[in-house]
Design a protein around this ligand. Structure first.
Ligand code: E4P
Length: 216
């Protein structure tokens, strides 16, 4: 399973990248706005830190606007993946961009049908949003299970990025469901390698170590 960081914060990316755990990064307009920095500058800096795919999202809503923006974004670095919203115009844009060899990540996926359409249009990645489904009382992880099975049924090469991840259970269940990728917020990522019993165990060992007699 691959892990992406769902952040535009360079310090968060550097912290996890140091551990060799970052396979890619996803951003969206909200995450970019949070940094208060120029879009192009942030994406280029992230691309220089991370070897893997870095998603940058278009803002336009017409196919023409999306395609034009996508061509610019793809020129910023070789590892830029263009994030396209899951709309009819978005699918048309993915169809064009795929033929040009530009990688796409179709975002805001909330149903198996949407994921299937995006894969069929040629998306490199699809991003089903589990947390936002949970928020409206729908089981977001169930979408991951059903979408994975659906794409496997027809051997699509499109990879599933489990997005809108809010907790450890989302990550573990996505892994169990065979999701190719989970994109994890910078604030949640450290919880993947932490456990209170680990901290307690270290504390106890260090306390007990003090009782070991020094060499005479
Ligand atoms: C990533 O691709 C998505 O934009 C992100 O995971 C959305 O997360 P949110 O629902 O917590 O905003």
């Amino acid at each position: 399973m691959k892990f992406f960081l769902d952040t535009a914060n360079v310090e968060e990316i550097k912290r996890v990248n140091r551990l060799g755990l970052v396979d890619g990064v996803t951003t969206n307009p909200t995450l970019i706005a949070r940094e208060g920095r120029d879009f192009e500058e942030v994406i280029k800096e992230i691309c220089s830190i991370v070897d893997g795919p870095v998603s940058a999202e278009v803002i336009g809503l017409t196919t023409e606007e999306m395609v034009n923006e996508a061509r610019v974004l793809a020129g910023w670095a070789p590892n830029v993946v263009v994030k396209i919203p899951m709309t009819e115009n978005g699918l048309a844009a993915v169809n064009i961009l795929t033929k040009e060899g530009i990688k796409t990540n179709v975002t805001l996926i909330f149903s198996v049908a949407q994921g299937l359409m995006a894969a069929k249009a040629g998306a490199t990645y699809v991003s089903p949003f589990v947390g936002r489904l949970d928020d409206i009382g729908v089981d977001g992880l169930d979408l991951i299970v059903r979408l994975k099975q659906t794409l496997m049924n027809f051997n699509f090469e499109t990879e599933i990025i489990t997005a809108s991840v809010r907790n450890l259970e989302h990550v573990e269940a996505a892994a169990l469901a065979g999701a190719d990728i989970a994109t994890i917020p910078g604030s949640l990522f450290p919880k993947l390698w932490s456990h209170p019993l680990t901290d307690k165990g270290i504390e106890q060992f260090l306390e007990d170590w003090k009782k070991v007699p020094a060499k005479k």
